[in-house]
Write a protein that binds this ligand. Structure first.
Ligand code: ZN
Length: 277
């Protein structure tokens, strides 16, 4: 009698386990389905090193030309200031403001292209920290060159502009300087060494969002929860698209998983050592 009872219990347990497993699988499938439905994932292609280099070179050349134009517009504004240049139907103040705006447009586009190039084909940092800083932050330096001389000359000038025009032109030029400086700064610079190291250590696909500055190792990372569209591709593609930094949470998770794997290996080795001899 007792044995019979025990057999029945075992069957029930087995069924229970099966049911639980099935339920867990169903839940997992449902979650995956939901992720698929709510998140659009766009695959981003990886450029070859040669493609990266040639694209970066083109961008840098265009940036240099645009910066030359920006300085040209600054010089024009200075010529308008000293009345070396004038347009009969256009007041001096407006001529100067137009030059400043054109200066700003060229300066900002140049800086954005320059930054893009710095991610496609980063500069080396080793033994050249100052050079690396200057090259990655060239957008800020050029913003200073494109506006500060003009601002100084306007402030120093006497009787070239009436009082009201002088204030307006100064304010517009300072605002332009701030915009160009902020947009020109590279807040996430990456060096050639850092990029190579990331490419060596991360072989699988990574994920990033439309506006985030970081890339993620896991598509289900908590910090990706609120993004409707995810981009995924190689770590090279992520860096090329301005995502040069690894997410803190993903880095921690990867480290923990790695540790668990190592612990598992150690346990196995321990068991083998204990039973083997
Ligand atoms: Zn993450």
């Amino acid at each position: 009698m007792e044995e019979k009872k025990r057999t029945i219990t075992k069957v029930e347990d087995g069924e229970k386990v099966k049911k639980t497993v099935k339920k867990a699988e169903e839940v997992k499938e449902a979650v995956e389905e939901e992720v698929k439905e709510t998140k659009k994932t766009k695959q981003v292609e990886t450029l070859t090193k040669a493609e990266e280099k040639s694209k970066a070179t083109t961008l840098r050349i265009v940036a240099a030309i645009l910066w030359a134009f920006a300085i040209g517009f600054e010089v024009l504004a200075i010529l308008f200031l000293f009345k070396k240049l004038y347009i009969p139907w256009l007041p001096q103040m407006w001529a100067m403001i137009i030059c400043i705006v054109l200066d700003l447009i060229c300066c900002v586009i140049a800086a954005l292209l320059w930054k893009k190039a710095s991610h496609l084909d980063p500069f080396k940092k080793t033994n050249n920290k100052v050079g690396f800083f200057i090259l990655t932050q060239l957008g800020v330096i050029m913003a200073a060159i494109c506006f500060i001389p003009l601002i100084v000359l306007v402030l120093a000038s006497k009787d070239k502009l009436d009082k009201k025009s002088k204030i307006v032109v100064t304010v517009v030029a300072i605002v332009a300087l701030l915009i160009a400086g902020l947009l020109g700064a590279d807040f996430n610079p990456i060096s050639a060494e850092e990029k190579a190291q990331a490419e060596d250590s991360i072989t699988g696909d990574v994920f990033w969002t439309a506006f985030g500055h970081k890339y993620h190792l896991y598509g289900d990372c908590g910090s990706l929860k609120n993004s409707a569209t995810l981009y995924n591709g190689s770590v090279t593609a992520a860096i090329d698209n301005g995502r040069g930094e690894l997410c803190y949470f993903c880095a921690n998770r990867a480290e923990k998983e790695q540790q668990l794997k190592l612990d598992g290996l150690n346990v196995e080795e321990g068991v083998e050592a204990a039973t083997g001899e």
